[in-house]
Design a protein around this ligand. Structure first.
Ligand code: UDP
Ligand code: MN
Length: 240
């Protein structure tokens, strides 16, 4: 039996949300032994999202946590991922791997088998970051010695959220690894990985035998979604 994969997906009511959740559900329904933890950013879950989770036939848990928007600190999906970490801890799994699958990313089906190769903390290249076709990991003699990217060179771990997977045992550490916002933003992953491993050399490059990208950082379009009521009031003759 394949090892349990816990997938953590923060999601928020924005343009494209249902399309993203539908696409992800269609991918994940083809993956065995998965526990999909979806956390709505808000003060309630969204019935339309839940309906798609149901149709996915995937084992899922749908929670909600509202982002604290009063702070000037930056970082998306922080409260949501941290709640999911607490939830996984409450299940007390002995084995299993945790992967952070943002709602608008795209995944190759083979990714999920590759993630299961991980002993403690696996890393993979991620497609479509900044202007890059993909970010990669610099490996010498099977050891991670650096990262190929074009931004945030001061980060100790220059890896996107979709670029690493962690064994559940990491979450039994004291203190528990969590996500923390920073003033400048863009450091969530590096700060998190610094709580999981001591040095890049401890990272396991698990997808070296692949010459293609398995996880893509496709992005949600930043647009305002109008309500149907608003459309009806703007176009009363066309919309009834
Ligand atoms: N997200 C969230 N609340 C927000 C904005 C984003 O929960 O206010 C979620 C979003 O659904 C996604 C993750 O956090 O799963 C990362 O956000 P986004 O995709 O906007 O980040 P980017 O693609 O720019 O890294
Ligand atoms: Mn995204």
């Amino acid at each position: 039996r394949a090892r349990t994969l816990f997938l953590i997906t923060p999601t928020v009511n924005r343009y494209g949300q249902l399309a993203h959740i539908t696409r992800l559900a269609n991918t994940l329904r083809q993956v065995e032994n998965l526990h999909w933890i979806v956390i709505e950013d808000g003060n309630a879950t969204n019935p339309n999202v839940e309906a798609q989770l149901n149709r996915s036939k995937t084992k899922y848990t749908y929670l909600f946590a509202e982002t604290n928007r009063t702070t000037l600190l930056k970082g998306r999906g922080v409260e949501q991922r941290n709640l999911a970490i607490d939830y996984i801890r409450s299940l007390k799994p002995k084995d299993g791997l945790v992967y952070f699958a943002d709602d608008d990313n795209s995944f190759d089906l083979e990714l999920f088998d590759v993630l299961r190769r991980t002993k403690y903390c696996g890393v993979i290249p991620v497609g479509l970051l900044a202007q890059l076709p993909f970010e990669d990991i610099d490996v010498v003699d099977d050891k991670v010695v650096g990262f190929f990217t074009i931004f945030g060179f001061d980060r100790k771990y220059q890896i996107d959220m979709a670029g690493f997977v962690v064994h559940v045992s990491a979450f039994y550490k004291d203190p528990v690894p969590k996500f923390y916002r920073t003033v400048m933003g863009g450091r969530l992953e590096s700060d998190f990985l610094a709580q999981v491993v001591n040095d890049p050399s401890e990272l396991e490059p698990i997808a070296r035998d692949y010459d293609r990208v398995l996880a893509w950082h496709t992005k949600s379009e930043n647009r305002e979604a109008w309500t149907v009521d608003r459309i009806k009031s703007l176009y009363p003759d066309k919309w009834k």
